[in-house]
Structures are given as C-alpha cells and as structure tokens.
Ligand binder design. Structure first.
Ligand code: GZL
Ligand code: ZN
Length: 317
C-alpha cells in the first residue's frame, strides 16, 4: 500500500539522521575555520546528523537567505552564528511559524530571547574588560596612547570587546584612545588599518589593540614594514583576541603581549542542547563557553596566564 511504501521510503539509506542547518558567518579568520571544522567533526553522519553548513561569506543578505532556505528545506534544527546583531526578528518569526527550533551560536543578536530557542556563545564584553584590566595592571598608572582595530561592523563580538575595553578606559584619565577602526576580523583588514594608523599617528602610540589574531598578524606586518617594534621589549604593547594556535605561538614568542581567548570549540555544547530538545527534556536556554587570557613569558598577571610550551601543546585549536 502507499502507506507501507512511504514508510519504506521514509527509512532511507540515510536512516533517521537529524538535519542541521548551520548559517556560518564566513571564512574570515582562523577562529572561524576552527569553529567550522568543529561543527563538521561533531555533527557527523556517524553521530547521527546531516549537517548543511552554509558559509555566508560575512554577507548579511546571504545569511538571511541561507536561513530562509533552511526553513524551506524543513531542517530539523537551525543554528545561526549571526554576522550582524540587528535585523533578525522577521526571519526568526518565519522559523517559529515553520516550527523549526533555532539556536543562536557564537555571537549575540538584538532580538528578544522568545524569538529563538537557545543560545550558546562567549562573552565579548568580558573579554574587553579583561584586556583593559590587564593593560591597567601592566601600565600601573603610566600613560597610554591607544590604537584599536575593531572586528566586523555590527558584530556583537566587536561591539562587546569595544564596550568592555571602553569601560576600563573610562577609569584611566591617563589613557587616550587615538583612533578605532574596523579591520573586519581579517588579516588584510588589520594590515590596511594599521598602515593608515601609522601614517597619521607614527611616534604617538604605545598600545595597539586588535580584536582578533588575524588582524594582529596584519598589524604586525605593517609595523614591521615601518620599523616599529612591538611585544615584550618593544615600543608598542600589542593586545589581541581569540587565542588561536598561531596567536598563542606569537604570545609565547613575546611578539603579542596579551591574547584574550574566545573559544570556537562550541559544537559539542550545541549538540548537547539539541539532544535535550530531541528527547523532549528541559534544556539550557543559555550556555556560556568559558574563556581565559594568556600573556607573554616574563609577564606576571592577575588577569592572564603566562604562556608556556606546554599550554600551547595542549590547545584544542
Ligand atoms: C568571536 C567570533 C569572532 C572572532 C573572530 O565570538 O565571532 O569572529 O573573534 C571571528 O576571529 O571572525
Ligand atoms: Zn589608571
């Protein structure tokens, strides 16, 4: 009969894989690459999942289109790492109307928490405060002329780090933020912004804050080209975020003074929430992925762990 046939078709070769649509920010940074690999490792067929990961190329319109396609395709779950914090209400309503649970991952959105089912991510504001507190501890009252290379405009990771660091800056009248521009979380962006900063502020600044490691690599290239020294023993204190492998190697080498971690290994946590949803159990609506901070050897700090070879060898990404 038709029913039996449809049942037979229902139990296809794929079995009953849970379908996941992941609207991924893009491929702008090493952090993002690590996050993507983590999702592909965790949401594997042998683990019972069929992952459709769409790289939205840091393009907000593409990300909204990817989510709408997931809704049309009838994904079991939709995960979104939002490029922008703003503009999510309409498409989240469409997902809710379609009865598809949505998990916001990595970054935050401005929509009301009732518009999605769970959130798993990190706390960029706290990361910014950590960077500020570490700097205040190291400067111990000395003047700071600061240049900041921000992440992607409108991204909660950039907004949070900017605001958290600004909270600490407000406590230090001996600090001055000379300029703050977006490098879009990319190495090319970091280099271009640093080159423009050097043209305007050469000889005036003693602190550079990059809101991710790839921007820091670009800034390092620009400072090298201009003969500006940075890191331990340099003229400029270099602060970065993400604590990816290469960033921590530079920190261990004393080229980066402080690298504030933001952990991209988040897929296991997201899978745990989905499994609870699948089982109809209570699930955590909000799960914070913990971060720490690492500073260069020779620097003792209350706000950061001094880097060692062992720490680097033990890192997951
Ligand atoms: C942080 C994440 C940011 C990283 C960047 O949670 O969203 O996006 O800091 C990445 O490296 O591009
Ligand atoms: Zn002070």
């Amino acid at each position: 009969t038709a029913v039996a046939a449809s049942m037979a078709v229902g139990v296809s070769a794929e079995g009953d894989l849970i379908t996941i649509g992941y609207a991924q920010v893009g491929h702008e940074s090493d952090w993002r690459t690590a996050n993507t690999k983590n999702y592909e490792d965790v949401f594997s067929e042998e683990n019972g999942y069929e992952l459709s990961l769409i790289d939205c190329d840091n393009d907000n319109a593409k990300q909204l289109e990817a989510v709408r396609n997931f809704i049309t395709q009838g994904m079991d779950y939709i995960v979104i790492a939002p490029i922008q914090s703003a503009g999510w209400d309409t498409v989240l309503q469409e997902a809710q109307d379609a009865g598809i649970p949505v998990i916001i991952a990595d970054r935050e959105i401005e929509a009301d928490a009732s518009m999605y089912d769970a959130w798993v991510g990190t706390a960029p504001y706290d990361e910014g405060v950590t960077a500020g507190n570490w700097l205040a501890e190291q400067l111990d009252g000395a003047e700071a002329k600061i240049l900041q290379i921000e992440g992607s405009v409108g991204a909660s990771a950039a907004i949070g780090r900017t605001d958290g660091f600004a909270e600490v800056m407000a406590e230090h009248s001996e600090w001055e933020l000379l300029d703050s521009q977006s490098g879009d979380f990319t190495q090319d962006g970091g280099q271009a912004v640093m080159e423009s900063f050097i043209k305007t502020y050469e000889g005036q600044f003693n602190v550079v804050v990059c809101q991710n490691d790839n921007e820091a690599y670009g800034a390092m290239d620009a400072m090298d080209a201009a003969g500006i020294t940075y890191g331990v023993g340099g003229d400029v204190i270099l602060i970065s975020y993400d604590a990816t492998h290469d960033g921590l190697q530079y920190t261990l080498d004393g080229k980066i003074n402080l690298d504030v971690e933001c952990n991209p290994i988040q897929a296991e946590t997201v899978k745990g929430v989905i499994e609870q949803m699948e089982a109809g159990e209570d699930f955590e609506a909000t799960t914070l992925i913990t971060d720490e901070a690492f500073c260069a050897p020779g620097i003792e700090s209350e706000f950061a762990t001094t880097m060692t070879e062992e720490i680097l060898a033990g890192r997951a990404y």
